[in-house]
Design a protein around this ligand. Structure first.
Ligand SMILES: Cc1c2[nH]c(c1CCC(=O)O)Cc1[nH]c(c(CCC(=O)O)c1C)Cc1[nH]c(c(CCC(=O)O)c1C)Cc1[nH]c(c(C)c1CCC(=O)O)C2
Length: 342
């Protein structure tokens, strides 16, 4: 039963035998076994081949001993199914960018079984292969982060195309966000039907807005998404990168766990959030480039900041970077387990 795993218990604020840990982007280029597969398969093909996607999902579970597996895919996979052409170089590029009312109208609503069967098949395969070893996390981008990529057509420093749409043509922006939210609801519900045992919403760019703009242009959609998933009876993790000054708003969107980056101390975040919600985080991924002594003392500091309260899932504050030695990632997982043993 998934409910007995420390990861699921921690998400719900229940007592655990030791602090569970997984790492955002735990499957990826820092692992030589991932690079071996990528030498012969393009990233998108990897995402679309269930046997291979399942294999790379399991690599960090085997190599690091993390307490959860996360589906190997990308937040932009459903966007391709909505009608934008997607490729990676390796940063994602979406064509043509969404800029006008008619661009928004021509986006299709997602039909997961038909449009992204490979995602659902990967989840089914993983549940069989995991045999209950650790829970499987499904995920999606938050509506705002997806809109950032869809409107810019690629990553960006300031996301000015997105912000000009938002501030000049708010009705078109709202229509786009509504369509993305609708697609995300059916997409994430389909992941749980296929067997995902927790969901994480990635709002990688939510922190580029002023809190008042976040409240107005992002929060209503994230809230609608999270509340449409509430009846699924799986933990919902809401990670907004750069949200340190507006964690109260992030928590008000709903969900069981607030993901934290390293821009705020975990203790300070818990002061703001209170006991009603669990937290996930929040080691700076760059610490994994440091010595093992530094890694250990940072783990100790974060566990101390949490102060033994239930409802903490240890994680990085953002994705692991390709330069990290795998031995350091394994050492991190071991430290969290060893230092938090109850
Ligand atoms: C913004 C975003 C994306 N994708 C994702 C986010 C949100 C998290 C975050 O902020 O980092 C989420 C994501 N992307 C990937 C996963 C897999 C699951 C996991 O291990 O966490 C997850 C959860 C695989 C991936 N997604 C991507 C890779 C690298 C592809 C490769 O092998 O070349 C992987 C393993 C490509 C990708 N995909 C994306 C970018 C910006 C890039 C290029 C940057 C980079 O190279 O890291 C979009």
């Amino acid at each position: 039963m998934a409910e007995n795993h420390d990861f699921i218990r921690a998400c719900y604020g229940k007592p655990v035998s030791r602090t569970p840990v997984w790492l955002m982007r735990q499957a990826g280029r820092y692992l030589p076994q991932y690079r071996t597969i990528r030498e012969r398969v393009a990233f998108l093909d990897l995402c679309k081949t269930p046997e291979l996607a399942a294999e790379v999902t399991l690599q960090p579970v085997d190599a690091l001993g993390v307490d959860a597996a996360i589906l190997f895919s990308d937040i932009l996979i459903p966007v391709e199914a909505m009608g934008q052409h997607l490729h990676y170089q390796p940063a994602p590029v979406l064509n043509p960018p969404v800029r006008t009312a008619s661009d928004v109208e021509s986006l299709r609503l997602l039909q997961p079984e038909q449009d992204v069967p490979f995602v659902l098949e990967t989840i089914r395969l993983l549940r069989r292969e995991l045999e209950g070893r650790v829970p499987l996390i499904g995920f999606g981008g938050a509506p705002f982060t997806l809109a950032c990529y869809m409107v810019e057509g690629c990553g960006s420093r300031h996301f000015l195309a997105l912000k000009s749409l938002m501030f000049r043509m708010p009705e078109i922006y709202a229509r786009l966000m509504d369509k993305i939210t609708d697609a995300s609801i059916v997409y994430l519900r389909a992941q749980v039907s296929a067997g995902a045992q927790a969901l994480q919403i990635f709002d990688s760019w939510g922190g580029i807005l002023a809190p008042t703009d976040y409240r107005r242009y992002v929060l209503p959609y994230s809230r609608r998404l999270l509340s449409a998933l509430e009846d699924l009876e799986v933990p919902l993790i809401h990670f907004v990168k750069g949200a340190g000054t507006m964690l109260d708003l992030v928590a008000s969107a709903g969900g069981h766990v607030v993901g934290l980056d390293w821009g705020i101390g975990l203790g300070q975040a818990r002061e703001i959030l209170g006991d009603g919600v669990a937290v996930q985080g929040n080691l700076d991924p760059a610490v994994l480039l440091g010595t093992q002594a530094v890694i250990e003392s940072e783990v100790r500091r974060i566990l101390d900041e949490n102060g033994g309260r239930p409802g903490h899932v240890f994680n990085l504050g953002h994705g692991i970077v390709p330069e990290v030695p795998p031995a350091n990632a394994a050492f991190l997982v071991d430290c969290v387990h060893r230092l938090s043993q109850r």
